[in-house]
Design a protein around this ligand. Structure first.
Ligand SMILES: *[C@@H]1O[C@H](CO)[C@@H](O)[C@H](O)[C@H]1NC(C)=O
Ligand SMILES: *[C@@H]1O[C@H](CO)[C@@H](O)[C@H](O)[C@H]1NC(C)=O
Length: 378
């Protein structure tokens, strides 16, 4: 299902054929059986992180039903720590967009209401800006020269949307040329506007963090960024797929660590299904790699997945199963705890009606509506 024109890494710049495995190696169902029996405990820390990108928000690019993310906390055995609402695009001389619409479009009413439940259940809810579609970081937008009013004009839209929806952090995914000074300014400005608890992360392709620094897509050196404002960058979502690295074995991660990064600051990025890029690492293989990394480094930053809506093994009908698999690999004892009050359920029901209310961008379908009342537990 290819719904959006704006997608993350549509292309594969280089490939790593020697590491590619046939998809027949995939054994999805095996680990899934354990998922329902895990005890509920409170995680003492976010490490290792389990993060997921939520870009495809609807069953259709225009109209369609919202794709609910509440199963990420309602289903058993998922220890999600972070979700990235994406993709925000800063557009020259225009308003900021969430994918193809302004974030306050009625179709996103359910999204923002569900996000509140996730936040109240202890998941860190962040935004992500940039991605594969160029525009957010040009010299007329967020990389505008010092003294050019274009930075302020476009940055303030981003700041306001982060504030308005109480996003707890921002993941910055630069996949076009940008200056180091431009990125330093953006990081410093976010820190000064949002204070010490705001989570600032970067999402470079894996190779950009390796000693060669190349290919990198962003132009600026991440190593220098880390040396200059590393204290303000919580961690890196390293894209270890699409030819920029892999978790078939530990070598890509090792290479990043050899460039001087703290293994706890590296969240290893994976595609959630072969449909989202290459190459998908089967869960058993991923588990072996992660175990080897933990043995080597003690603690590592975690795993992130691109993206939610079609993750294996459940696919579009049960996309949360990817997070169940990763929970078993990464943090099996700490599933998240869903907190839904009666008031939440009512607001979620109302939000759904608005989201599919047929205001031009939305068309009522209604078949996929979750049973929010059945989730009430507080
Ligand atoms: C998980 O399930 C597999 C296959 O059903 C089983 O062999 C294994 O012992 C289970 N592990 C745990 C921790 O229950
Ligand atoms: C980024 O990659 C390009 C080409 O892939 C390379 O020429 C450049 O030196 C790299 N920049 C850094 C900072 O590593």
């Amino acid at each position: 299902m290819k719904l959006f024109v704006l997608r993350f890494l549509l292309f594969s710049v280089i490939t790593v054929p020697s590491l590619a495995r046939p998809l027949s190696d995939y054994h999805g169902g095996q680990l899934a059986n354990n998922a329902t029996t895990l005890p509920i405990e409170t995680a003492p820390t976010d490490l290792p992180r389990l993060a997921i990108y939520y870009q495809t928000t609807h069953t259709q690019a225009t109209g369609g039903d919202p794709i609910s993310i509440l199963p990420l906390i309602a289903e058993k055995g998922i220890a999600l720590t972070h979700i990235y609402i994406c993709t925000f695009h800063v557009r020259y001389n225009d308003v900021i967009h969430l994918n193809d619409f302004p974030p306050d479009n009625a179709r996103f009413t359910t999204l923002w209401q569900e996000v509140e439940v996730l936040r109240n259940s202890g998941i860190k809810v962040m935004g992500m800006v940039g991605g594969a579609s160029a525009g957010s970081f040009t010299t007329r937008t967020l990389d505008a020269p010092e003294g050019d009013t274009n930075f302020e004009k476009h940055y303030l839209q981003l700041r306001d949307v982060l504030r308005r929806y109480n996003l707890q952090g921002l993941d910055i995914d630069v996949e076009q040329r940008m200056s180091l000074n431009g990125m330093l300014r953006l990081v410093r400005r976010l820190r000064s506007d949002f204070g010490p608890d705001f989570i600032i992360t970067q999402a470079p392709v894996g190779t950009a963090l390796m000693p060669s620094g190349s290919p990198n897509l962003s132009g600026f050196p991440y190593r220098q960024l880390e040396d200059t404002v590393g204290g303000d960058i919580a961690y890196y979502n390293a894209q270890l797929y699409n030819g920029f690295g892999t978790l078939f074995d530990t070598r890509s991660f090792d290479s990043v660590v050899s460039a001087g990064y703290d293994p706890k600051k590296i969240v290893a990025g994976q595609i959630t299904t072969p449909a989202n890029g290459g190459s998908f690492v089967p869960f058993e293989q991923l588990k072996a790699t992660m175990n080897a990394l933990v043995q080597k480094y003690g603690q590592i930053g975690g795993i992130m997945g691109w993206e939610y809506f079609n993750g294996m093994p459940g696919g579009t009908s049960e996309p949360w199963e990817w997070a169940q698999q990763i929970t078993l690999i990464l943090r099996p004892n700490f599933p998240a705890r869903l907190i839904v009050t009666e008031g939440d359920a009512r607001k979620l029901d109302e939000a759904w009606e608005v989201s599919v209310g047929g205001d031009g961008a939305s068309v009522a379908e209604g078949e996929g509506k979750p049973d929010y009342r059945a989730m009430i537990n507080a």
